[in-house]
Unconditional design. Structure first.
Length: 122
């Protein structure tokens, strides 16, 4: 324990009533020690506050990035949904064409394409 820490402990004990008399150093020394301790605590608090602010800034950046990804995923989901709808429409059209008896070439082409994409052709 440093000399300063010892003096602070002695003053604290006197202040808490654990000692009847003020420690054996002048009030000016006591005030100096207390001012030094206040300076140390202020520096420590400033460092902790700076670390906290940096952490909050990082969290804000991550939140913005998350919001961006959410927006992107919503756009991609809508595109996927539309693509699936378009695919279903194309499959329906190919199935209709595959039953065309007037043009066997077109019907065979449609059946082949349906088979290629994994649609069971009846």
């Amino acid at each position: 324990m440093s000399d300063r820490e010892k003096k602070i402990a002695e003053i604290r004990e006197w202040h808490e009533g654990k000692k009847d008399s003020f420690p054996q150093f002048t009030v000016f020394e006591a005030v100096g020690v207390m001012l030094d301790e206040i300076d140390r605590i202020e520096r420590e608090y400033a460092e902790e506050r700076a670390a906290h602010n940096a952490h909050v800034a990082e969290l804000c950046e991550l939140e913005q990035e998350l919001d961006m990804y959410k927006a992107s995923s919503e756009v991609f989901y809508e595109r996927l949904k539309k693509t699936c709808e378009d695919r279903e429409k194309l499959i329906d059209a190919l199935q209709t064409i595959s039953t065309d008896t007037e043009c066997p070439y077109t019907s065979a082409f449609a059946k082949r394409k349906l088979k290629e994409i994994g649609v069971v052709v009846k």
